[in-house]
Design a protein around this ligand. Structure first.
Ligand code: NAD
Length: 361
């Protein structure tokens, strides 16, 4: 992961739940420091602190991490070592292939099905809700406006107009956070089913006449014509917003391009776009991951470390997700379960990828 990563995969309060199942725990020294969990807290719960990353890798049968292993980690690991993280094989072909070549096993938790059994392990949901919250907070912070309506002796200030594009887990959290700040919120999603969720949070839903549901209830990628229609119909709402939070994604694909440079050029000076899809390409043409760009007075923030900026709670949630997954991966008597014996293990297996490059439009 990037140098900005501050989360840790297992927090000290969860250690006893693993050691009570006869799992011996090692941690790389300093791994929890970014989340304010120092080595001493782990040591007091019986975790062995290991100085070198390579040593942790060589000594472990199962390696739990936040993102994905490095190429060096994979080259160092013993045959049969199991990695658990968010590896995103469809975006990291070379790594997925190397894992297979080295005869390692890797489970990538973003591949979990969205079923009720998998809910407690659902890292996408836990981390997306933190990202959605942060996006609203960061957007309000960078806006030169206040969010709520104010009626004072000095006149009445209208509430800021917030547009949330994509009303999945992150989008809904962004909506509820912006609503709590008092903004007037409008949201849009290509799944019509999101309309009810949006309205239940007190926001308006934009009806554009597109309903694009694919497998598993997720959005499907729009056709070129639909993409064009979406951009055209969204333009007015985009241009009239003070703050836009973009969260639109299709699993395994690059983020759809929704806000063009031309649209940003038509927005009012002082408007802000916070794009949480920055790492997967961005919903705005001007998004740069981890960077803020100013174009005709509009700030475009490519949020790529949202969870790491609320790292204490993001780590706690991720750690609970991990515990739940490990309770399936490792049997009560400490045996690593054959991935083919359990649907959830099987669905998260990282498989070799062919080197195709995904298009964008
Ligand atoms: P995601 O991060 O993949 O995408 C975010 C949102 O962007 C989605 O709502 C998607 O419909 C929307 N989107 C995609 N293309 C778009 C476009 N061109 N324009 C506008 N919006 C676009 O989604 P997610 O937050 O992971 O959630 C996806 C689905 O999974 C939702 O239906 C959600 O309710 C469901 N879900 C189910 C469970 C469960 O049952 N356990 C848990 C979490 C999420």
């Amino acid at each position: 992961m990037g140098p900005w990563e501050r989360r840790v995969a297992i927090v000290p309060e969860d250690v006893s739940k693993l050691t009570s199942r006869h799992i011996r725990l090692l941690i790389q020294s300093g791994a929890g420091e970014g989340s304010f969990f120092p080595d001493s807290q782990y040591a007091s719960t019986g975790v062995e602190i290991i100085k070198e990353r390579n040593e942790v890798i060589l000594l472990s049968d199962v390696l739990v991490m936040l993102g994905r292993p490095t190429e060096e980690d994979v080259n160092t690991a013993r045959q049969g070592t199991v990695f658990v993280g968010m590896i995103m094989p469809s975006l990291n072909h070379d790594l997925a292939n190397l894992i297979a070549v080295k005869k390692l096993v890797a489970h990538s938790l973003e591949l979990l099905p969205r079923t009720s059994r998998a809910q407690s392990m659902d890292v996408l949901s836990s981390q997306s809700s933190v990202a959605g919250y942060r996006a609203a907070v960061v957007g309000a912070f960078h806006s030169p406006r206040i969010m709520p309506m104010l009626s004072t002796a000095a006149g009445t200030i209208r509430p800021a107009k917030v547009l949330v594009i994509g009303a999945g887990v992150a989008g809904l959290m962004a909506i509820s956070t912006a609503r709590r700040m008092g903004a007037s919120v409008t949201a849009y999603d290509v799944r019509k089913a999101a309309c009810e969720d949006v309205r239940s949070l007190g926001a308006n839903f934009l009806e554009l006449g597109i309903d694009a549901v694919g497998t598993g209830g997720y959005a499907r990628e729009l056709s070129a014509d639909e993409k064009e229609k979406e951009r055209m119909l969204l333009e007015e709402a985009i241009v009239n917003s003070d703050l836009i939070i973009t969260t639109a994604g299709v699993p395994g694909k690059k983020a759809p391009l929704i806000i063009t440079r031309r649209m940003v050029g038509m927005m009012k000076g002082g408007s802000v776009i916070v794009d949480i899809t920055a790492e997967s390409g961005g919903n705005s043409e001007l998004t740069r991951a981890g960077d803020t760009l100013e174009y005709h007075g509009v700030k475009v923030i490519g949020l790529s470390n949202a969870q790491s900026e609320a790292q204490v709670n993001a780590s706690q949630m991720y750690s609970r997700n991990m515990l739940s997954f490990l309770s399936v991966l490792i049997s009560a008597d400490g045996i690593i379960v054959d991935p083919n014996k359990d649907e959830l293990l099987k669905s998260t297996l990282v498989r070799p990828q062919s080197p195709i490059s995904s298009g964008r439009g």
